[in-house]
Design a binder for this molecule. Sequence first.
Ligand code: UD1
Ligand code: UDP
Length: 363
Amino acid sequence: MKTIMLVFGTRPEAIKMCPLVNELKQRDKINTIVTVTGQHRKMLDQVLDIFQVIPDYDLSIMRDNQTLFDVTINILNRIRPILEKTRPDVVLVHGDTSTTFATSLACFYLQIPIGHIEAGLRTYDIFSPYPEEFNRQAVSIISQFNFAPTERSKRNLINEGKKEATIWVTGNTAIDALKTTVHSDYSNPHLDWAENSKLVLLTAHRRENLGQPLHRIFRSVRQVIEENPDVKVIYPIHMNPIVRQAANEELKGVDRIRIIEPLDVLDFHNFMNKSCLILTDSGGIQEEAPSLGKPVLVMRDTTERPEGIEAGTLKLVGTEERTIYEEFSKLLNNKEEYDKMAIAVNPYGDGHACKRIADILQR
Ligand code: UD1
Ligand code: UDP
């Protein structure tokens, strides 16, 4: 019997790790332990509830306006006794958050093997996204098992000197979740509100966008909405108080922009499916939207998901007010441009990534 511990702490990690938890729990030769850091509290618990995952350990580290220091130090200190007590044969971490980096560092100090889910994504700009590009590169230095979502991410790892025998292309576990959540007969009162309009879904939270970039994003969205009476925006806002304050300053009082609390993943996937386009700086949404054929304007300067750009569904528009205004207006009013992007493609796998990862670990 081998013991595998999965460690995660934020919403996107949970969405992509919970399906794997449930897959591993079905394997009788594997003892599965779940540790959550609680880097996010409410947004994590929302996902745990949906997937009915009950953690074995909860580090409960979140505090309001936490800094990268807070998160990293608290995880290192609180995870150490758990790892020492349980001594897993392998610890699985996901992607590029501070939870992922701090957990990997703790495992390295204790010489516990690390399996990295969603390995090999890169922008090669260490400050963008910040601090995620550093986090994922750092994990790659010390991980023994690398589960890459695409051939491109595998190539990145090989070019950095990782041995091919430690890398498996599995697809992204995000798609596993998406396969079960979207239903054509889904309904919701917010969607009824937008029924006779073009629905745009908005999200924004990246650390490097906090401050002026976020204000520019919101101002450009507001201007487009004021000029296009047939458009409504739903914005499930991140819980970060800095994001909330900026949104409150720039978007308050516009009746065709509805700011709502974070949606649970089942609702969010169905909102995406009913939208006409998506404005976001999120990573995970860039993976999900292409499968649904929803054009995405990515409000960032870089992306580690070039597959979606090449497929034509994603467009990188940066955070300049004028550019976002122009690109957003164009997609709303130019059918040819819109149709070019609204093509359902799925560069991120067939929805069986969790099974593949579990098979490899079992072997
Ligand atoms: C983190 C990840 C980022 C990921 C994002 C997903 C790092 C460095 N960043 O950024 O890669 O894209 O999660 O959303 O790991 N908060 C709550 N309740 C919650 C969640 C957050 O109140 O359930 C508030 C807290 O005040 C917290 C703040 O949001 O201090 C920021 O959370 P944090 O995890 O530090 O950063 P994110 O921007 O969420
Ligand atoms: N998501 C959600 N509810 C929301 C907004 C997003 O469940 O209100 C999901 C979305 O489908 C995707 C993930 O959260 O799977 C993306 O998380 P986020 O944007 O917070 O982080 P990132 O992917 O940028 O790291």
